[in-house]
Design a protein around this ligand. Sequence first.
Ligand code: MG
Length: 482
Amino acid sequence: MIPPDKKTSHDAHVSQSKRSRKPTKAGSLVKKQLFGTNGVRGVIGKDMTPELVLRIGEALGTMRQGCIAVGRDTRTSGDTLAGAIKAGLLATGCDVIDCGILPTPALQYIVREHYDGGAMITASHNPPEYNGVKIIEPDGTEMGDDETIQLEQLILGRTFPVKSWDRVGRETAAPHAVDEYVHAIASQFPNRPGDAMTVAVDPGSGPACQTTPRILSAMGCRVLTINGIMDGTFPGRLPEPSPDGLSGLSALVIASGAAFGVAHDGDADRAVFVDETGQFVEENQEFALVAQYICQRSKGILVTPVSTSQMVEMVANKAGCDVVYTPVGSIYVARKMRELIAAKKTVVFGGEGNGGLIFPDHQFCRDGGMTAAMMVAILASAQKPLSSLVRGLPRRIMKKEKISTQNGSHIIRQLSKKYSHEQVDRTDGLKIRRGNTWALVRASGTEPLIRIMVDAEDITQADEFFRELKGHVASILTHPDK
Ligand code: MG
């Protein structure tokens, strides 16, 4: 799970995601300075200001022409920043469709269906004082690295040709956008698999207050909500749906006899679950359960980052599907899925082990509403309690640790040499695979540290591999030239 962002203000433009060095189309290495893999974020009034967002709007309007949809989550600063981005877009000649408050995946769906691009004002799972912008491409995916670097160069260069009075854009409201998104998901389950099922929903006072309860009701469920009124002060819990913030949801599930509880992050592109006993379902288990359901019904490829638990590959392989790995970040998963499909491969599913799941028959982005709907279909089909389905998954132990160092890339290079005789994957950092056990070492893009993860069948295996790796890292730190 991604923890709430605790970065200091000077880090905040980059949010929780990494800065990346990426060759541009011109071939030179240019570093992203404002945007991370999930947009630009910061603390309102410090490093996230209306001026910055106005410049983002002007730059986007200069780069993209046509009609740009703008949405926002429920944060108190949402109106201010939405106003700023709309001003920038209109001034540079784009028409603006104001979709109001809606989940990020709802805006992505609407953009893909109707518009030339989008801008979502959101800070996702970050605390209430944060806000930010995610840029949506015409195909509904988040903007990739090359385009983001072009956008940043425009923002930092401040070369915006503002249009004359007769060529500025026009603004229209699209209050129906939410309805269209709800219908798009609910209509995929015409047999009403939720009939006779009670579900508890915790939208966390975010935009999913308007969508997930309606989606599940349309599928036949009896829906109860907690934190179900939109409120940018997030009075019930923080936007990150962490297990300790979901005690109210668990209590509601137990008291109501619900089949499960579902909670979203602040922009509802992720969904996490508690089972019928109120127990939190770890996100890799959630991913594996949905993967199992989909892979048993359709054969093809599942796409996920290298950091996802091996249990996902195990259930996919058992059901006859293959797994393709990407760097960490949902945008890389979504783009790889599209790339494989363009190469005439069959891609059945994708996502991350943090509750961000991508259903290619629906759209190429994480979608919390669709994930909640899919859980209804899974339980209706299994006719077993969620806790029992979780117990049926392969048992895995995942160990994680951060080590402070300025020499992350050097350590990974040295480790790659040490492990060159083993099965290694350099998709993102260094992943060493030993049968169904693996270890991953990645350098942080934003902080002076490396992250070590080990995924194993039992704690003994995990501890052993972990000790071995940490020993090598300590030796490299002590003798950096060896
Ligand atoms: Mg999010």
